[in-house]
Design a protein around this ligand. Structure first.
Ligand code: GTP
Ligand code: MG
Length: 218
């Protein structure tokens, strides 16, 4: 009986500790935009991160889809507003509407399709022309589970990412390999380039995410 009393109190203590940790944590809200050719796995990566699911027959995105998720990294809760854009050519003109206000752009390519790696480079050139310095560019080399069909090496992807100062991660939405790690690496990068801003009323530090002068688009 005494043991169960101790166990109960230990559980209460742990729950209290976790709640306090979350209440004390900083909050960092960021808009993330997923870009890349149709079929590279943008929606699948988002579904893996947000719902921990994978669909072998995912339907192509129409326009764009939106979802939110949050996770704790170090002492900061990251609230991510994710815009998953459509990669089909007919929606190409809509992309700037989504990436223009983004704090993070994740460009995805498929390691089994060389053309998607070339396309990644043209996406990056476009982003570099239109975005400000504070925007984090991340590259996801997706479908690494398809080992026998790989045509883009990890070395090529990593070297390219390094040459433009982007976060790089080889991922598989199917096996879940490195999907969470990709977002943790992005979170770490955001922390290194953003100064915390302490709000007077709540005492909670909120890190600035999007320049206030930018207009709202979506
Ligand atoms: P659009 O919406 O047309 O721009 O495509 P998308 O980039 O969102 O691709 P989507 O996530 O719909 O995935 C396209 C196909 O690739 C689907 O059949 C997925 O099941 C498959 N797929 C996505 N990620 C992976 C992966 O990591 N490994 C494997 N083997 N298949 C994947
Ligand atoms: Mg999609």
């Amino acid at each position: 009986m005494f043991t169960s009393f101790l166990t109960r109190n230990r559980v209460k203590c742990l729950v209290f500790h976790e709640i306090s940790r979350r209440m004390m944590s900083n909050i960092f809200e960021a808009k993330i935009c997923l870009l890349g050719d149709s079929g590279v796995g943008k929606s699948s990566l988002a579904a893996r991160l947000v719902h921990n699911t994978f669909n072998n027959n995912n339907e192509s995105t129409i326009g764009a889809s939106f979802m939110t998720t949050s996770f704790l990294h170090l002492d900061t809760t990251f609230k991510l507003n994710i815009w998953d854009t459509a990669g089909q050519e007919m929606y190409r003109a809509l992309a700037p509407m989504y990436y223009r206000q983004a704090r993070v752009c994740i460009v995805v390519y498929d390691v089994t399709q060389q053309s998607t790696f070339r396309s990644l480079q043209s996406w990056v050139r476009e982003l570099q022309t239109h975005l400000t310095d504070g925007v984090v560019i991340a590259i996801a080399a997706n479908k690494t589970d398809l080992k026998d069909s790989r045509v883009v090496s990890e070395k090529d992807g990593r070297e390219y990412a390094q040459s433009i100062g982007a976060v790089f991660m080889e991922t598989s939405a199917k096996s879940a390999q490195n999907v969470r790690q990709l977002f943790v690496a992005i979170a770490a990068k955001l922390l290194t380039i953003s100064a915390p801003k302490r709000t007077e009323s709540t005492g909670i530090a909120v890190k600035e995410t999007v320049e206030e002068s930018r207009g709202k688009c979506c």
